[in-house]
Design a protein around this ligand. Structure first.
Ligand SMILES: Cc1cc2nc3c(=O)[nH]c(=O)nc-3n(C[C@H](O)[C@H](O)[C@H](O)COP(=O)(O)O)c2cc1C
Length: 218
């Protein structure tokens, strides 16, 4: 499965079976995570046993049942950490999909219970539930390209936006704009809302995968 196929197949999955993630897949996830941590100056951690990260009461309210494992999204407490976590977290989410796993970004979880190492000067930003889903999730509503861009744009750009619109965002808010500036630069605007900075990083990653694919195949 390519990353583009993973973008198209991925949906948030909120109910998981008890099946444990095999050691071989855990090793591959850990290898990718180590690279992301180095490149993005982050401290993302795969926790094979999610413990009490997803408490039943919280979960009922948010629809997320349980998950056997979790990726703790930890990083230094700086101004851009949320966006970096979104960007690299989405890279990991798509890789998980390629490994046959399912995921759900989850802002609602027991921060105190997540079994992660948080060093001084770091914070836990968000969690990603991961495991074998009971289902593969389902398609949801999406904004149209013209609702997040303006003007007439080239095909490579539109393809990137199409992939960005398949990105998960908190409460499906899709609260962003993507613009192709006259000088050829692409700018992303965060229009606010819960976890919108994390969303922006996620959206940037999907956009990049789309544009790279388009340019390599046209
Ligand atoms: C930053 C962020 C936080 C999220 N928090 C939660 C959450 O707390 N509980 C939940 O059930 N889903 C959560 N989601 C999942 C979104 O609801 C979901 O991505 C969105 O509805 C789009 O659906 P899709 O992921 O299937 O494309 C979150 C997603 C993102 C990106």
């Amino acid at each position: 499965m390519t990353e583009i196929e993973a973008i198209k197949k991925r949906h948030s999955v909120r109910n998981y079976t008890d099946r444990k993630i095999e050691q071989e897949k855990a090793d591959r996830l850990n290898e990718l995570i180590a690279g992301c941590n180095e490149e993005g100056n982050l401290h993302l951690q795969f926790c094979s046993d999610a413990g009490n990260t997803y408490n039943k009461l919280l979960s009922k309210a948010m629809g997320l049942g349980s998950a056997p494992s979790v990726i703790a999204c930890v990083g230094p407490d700086d101004d851009t950490v949320e966006e970096r976590i979104g960007y690299y977290g989405q890279k990991i989410v798509l890789f998980a999909q390629q490994l046959g796993l399912n995921t759900c970004w989850a802002g609602t979880f027991n921060k105190k219970e997540i079994p992660a190492e948080v060093k001084s000067g770091e914070k836990v930003v968000i969690s990603i539930a991961i495991g074998y889903g009971e289902t593969q999730g389902k398609e949801r509503k999406s904004k149209r390209i013209d609702q997040v861009t303006s003007g007439n744009n080239p095909d490579w750009f539109n393809y990137g936006v199409e992939m960005a619109l398949l990105a998960p965002t908190a409460i499906n808010q899709q609260s962003f704009e993507i613009k192709l500036e006259p000088d050829g630069k692409v700018t992303f605007t965060d229009k606010g809302g819960p976890f919108s900075k994390v969303d922006l990083g996620i959206v940037k990653y999907n956009f990049k995968v789309g544009v790279d694919y388009f340019k390599n195949n046209n």
